[in-house]
Design a protein around this ligand. Structure first.
Ligand code: C2E
Ligand code: MG
Ligand code: MG
Length: 408
């Protein structure tokens, strides 16, 4: 709960009418420490004084002298730790862009309001306010050196987590995606963005992928023996596809584990531009001929794009989470998401939406022709041991989820 009498709010807008209107709305909502200011320079003076520094600023983007974007830059220089709500008469896309910009500066933004501002919308955004955890979000994530990553692989500190993918039409569990984690003896759980790139840069990615593949294939066999039919997806780095022996390793590993390729999905993202496409093409075509499924991951970002769709025989397309979460009420995201789904379907590919984070995302995707969904709304990545229990709990809750929004 917000302490409405303790939260210091500053309203910054060049129109005195808007200042009065917003101050009245805030007062009606029970906020007692509200100040107003009609220009950026004056507002910064208040921020420079520790006793009057606001916890939250309602910021108009369009102001004649110092505009909202410039004001934000001054906040960054002052290492402002409070939150912002952006207010503007500009269109929705402009406001979204401004919001992204503020986030890129690592300033907390609760959301944006289009003028004319409605009290319900203001109230909803204010509910999102939480006290800043000082410094924590600003500490850069620790990075690791090549030697540490090499030792982690050699010492068996890498472990696969698995995140379920479910059918949107039926709720049935289709399979899991393996996501590597590093159980660091001192630092605890370390996520792939902190070491996969290091492995790629220092020639360790083949070793890393082998570890992941061997563990995932063994796990797939165990599930199969226990009567769980799960397709298992693995993330493959484009750098793995530079050496022709990679295909042989995958084929041999499946054979050794006693599993058939048709239950394995290889998810490929191109994070950097490839120098030559001939080796990746040869490897992926061979794996496809052996009946492994190929999936284009993070579709729509970086180099994961149309020319790859043209050149590589993918069976599955994963719409990047950046186009999925929030698509229900964002015209731009919805257009990109639906166009990607349609493109994949025209090419006979299976479709997966990643980043399904809430009920609205789920309901939206159920209204599209997307085949599979994956994301925190369904389940977070978990250890292999947790999967059977999760499936039981999920199956028990399917009936409610499959109901249309109005029937729940
Ligand atoms: P990815 O393959 O696109 O995997 C999806 C990432 O999004 C995972 O992050 C997952 O935990 C996260 N995620 C899942 N659901 C949601 C959601 O609803 N909302 C949000 N915001 N995020 C969600 P993670 O595990 O940190 O992995 C990040 C990336 O690291 C992966 O992206 C993949 O590109 C790479 N990676 C993971 N495991 C491996 C691996 O074994 N080998 C290689 N080469 N790359 C890997
Ligand atoms: Mg993936
Ligand atoms: Mg992805």
């Amino acid at each position: 709960m917000i302490d409405k009498s303790a939260l210091r709010i500053l309203v910054l807008d060049d129109e005195s009418f808007m200042l009065k209107l917003l101050a009245r709305m805030l007062a009606n909502l029970g906020f007692t420490q509200v100040t107003t200011c009609d220009n950026g320079r004056g507002a910064l003076e208040g921020i420079d004084c520790p006793n009057s520094r606001p916890d939250l600023i309602l910021l108009d983007l369009n102001m004649p002298e110092m505009d909202g974007v410039e004001f934000v830059r001054h906040l960054v220089e002052r290492q402002y730790v409070g939150s912002l709500i952006l207010v503007s008469g500009e269109d929705e896309r402009m406001l979204q862009t401004a919001e992204k910009l503020v986030q890129a500066h690592k300033i907390s933004v609760l959301g944006h309001l289009c003028k004319p501002v409605k009290p319900e919308q203001l109230s909803m955004l204010l509910e999102l306010w939480t006290a800043p955890c000082l410094g924590e979000s600003r500490i850069a994530k620790k990075t690791y050196g090549a030697d540490e990553v090499r030792a982690a692989i050699a010492n068996g500190e890498l472990v696969n987590y698995y995140q379920p993918k479910v059918e949107l039409a039926t709720g049935k569990v289709d399979g899991v995606e393996s996501l590597v984690r590093w159980r660091h003896p001192q630092d605890g759980m370390v996520f792939p963005d902190q070491f996969v790139g290091v492995a790629e840069e220092h020639g360790l990615i083949d070793e890393l992928t082998r570890t992941v593949v061997d563990e995932a294939f063994a796990q797939a066999k165990t599930w199969q023996d226990n009567g769980l039919q799960l397709r298992v997806a693995l993330n493959i780095s484009m750098d793995n596809l530079a050496t022709l022996a990679f295909a042989d390793h995958i084929i041999a590993a499946a054979l050794a584990a006693g599993i058939t390729p048709d239950g394995i999905v290889l998810e490929v993202t191109e994070s950097r531009l490839m120098k030559s496409l001939s080796a990746p093409l040869e490897i992926l075509t061979r794996l496809c001929l052996k009946r492994f499924s190929l999936s284009i991951d993070d579709f729509g970002t970086g180099h994961s794009s149309l020319s790859q769709l043209r050149d590589i025989p993918f069976n599955e397309l994963k719409v990047d989470q950046g186009f999925v979460h929030g698509a229900a009420d964002n015209v731009t995201l919805r257009a990109i998401c639906c166009a990607s789904l349609s493109l994949a379907q025209q090419m006979g590919m299976k479709t997966v939406a990643e980043g399904v984070e809430d009920q609205a995302d789920w309901d939206f995707l159920r209204s599209t022709s997307c085949d599979l969904a994956q994301g925190y709304f369904i389940a977070k990545p978990m250890s292999a041991a947790e999967i059977p229990g999760w499936i039981k709990a999920w199956e028990a809750s399917i009936e409610t989820l499959m109901k249309a929004p109005g029937e729940r």
